[in-house]
Write a protein that binds this ligand. Sequence first.
Ligand SMILES: Cc1cc2nc3c(=O)[nH]c(=O)nc-3n(C[C@H](O)[C@H](O)[C@H](O)COP(=O)(O)OP(=O)(O)OC[C@H]3O[C@@H](n4cnc5c(N)ncnc54)[C@H](O)[C@@H]3O)c2cc1C
Length: 429
Amino acid sequence: MLVARPGVTSATEWVAINACLAPAAALAGQEVVTSEGLGTPEVLHPVQREMAVRGGSQCGYCTPGFICSMAAEYYRPDREADGADHGEVHGPNGFDLHALSGNLCRCTGYRPIRDAAYALGTPQGGDRLADRREEPPDAPEATEFSDGERTFVRPATLSAALELLHRNPRTTVISGCTDWGVEVNIRGSRADCALAIDRLPELRGLVVTEEYLELGAALTLTEIERGLDGRVPLLAELFPQFASRLIRNSATLGGNLGTGSPIGDSPPALLALDARVVLSGIGGEREVPLADYFTGYRQSVRRTGELIKAVRIPLPLAGLTAFQKIAKRRFDDISSVAIGFALDIDEGTVRRARIGLGGIAATPIRAYHTESALEGQPWTRSTVLAAAGLLRAEGTPMDDHRASSRYRAAMLGQSLLKLYARSIEEVVA
Ligand SMILES: Cc1cc2nc3c(=O)[nH]c(=O)nc-3n(C[C@H](O)[C@H](O)[C@H](O)COP(=O)(O)OP(=O)(O)OC[C@H]3O[C@@H](n4cnc5c(N)ncnc54)[C@H](O)[C@@H]3O)c2cc1C
């Protein structure tokens, strides 16, 4: 489905999200357009027409998802319809094919769908969804629904949310619902009281000061990606590897840290960036280094009644950074191992090294031994080979259906060699 959300380059953007993960109550007061609502049988929407004439639909199962994702990209205000070819994933009409990721087709194959996407022009005058972008979107209503058994609450302010959490600690906090929605759909989880925090203004700031960059816990990853616009190269490398555009349009950093998962993709990157977590409770705020945040499998120092308010990344940023995700597929997969690197190299010597690891222990961890082995050493092949040996031994990787412990350990070692090779290439280039 498409939802009207605050835009980066226009007042409103049409954002595609997974309808199967969003609770209906969470959409109250928001403008939603489904694939059926885009056109009519008599007057098809350009996206519907191109999909039909190019044979982009067969069994029809995936079609509504493709149509909505394609329509969101069709209406993206900064899509360039200037005939420029931006490379393998951009069409001549500026269409970014990654906008379709997260939708899987098993009938037609992807070529007719790509053909439909690349055949799209720009919205013409009188297109109500194009015109709608000029005005701000309707804000979701602060609301409370109850069927007598279960309650859904969307408070207007952070203090109201914290008050509710204080009164009822068993409340289930929900943000983008890309994790919780799976719990509901697959595991049958139900919340007696669900507290929606995804639109709380206090959790949606993107602030840059002299000392740090603050990312609100309820900003979606797409909003952060667009808002930062490459300013944090490590995060710019992470985002395309995090799920799909559809998921990133809802998923938040607060949710990624809130799950406490050892295989979440943001912790290794944020650990490398020396990030701190701002926690907010009824008694006030406190700041915790992310390196001290996780205490055990899906456990953290976050107290009952506290919310993650923001993540702070200290400035200036390290000069050499990388995010490497090793998974069974290149895109849209859960990581077997994820590594974030942030190194300061001055006159050929490693002055400071931060390495965050995911998927190799019960929690995301820092590679402290490897960091110490690198610091103060020349950034040379022999230093890197010695440190890679240490990196292989960090954590306690396990065997599971994603990877064996030996494979995980081997990938850790390789990751540092890959970083080194890349840094040398950059110098040569
Ligand atoms: C198809 C698919 C692909 C995915 N791929 C990836 C991937 O590549 N990498 C990856 O890391 N994850 C992936 N995920 C998992 C998920 O998208 C992320 O964990 C996401 O960041 C969760 O954010 P959310 O806002 O949707 O969290 P929600 O589902 O709303 O919440 C998740 C948990 O965090 C808690 N929470 C949320 N916000 C806060 C807060 N501000 N303070 C305290 N607690 C909070 C909630 O109470 C809940 O327990 C994927 C999920 C799906 C369905």
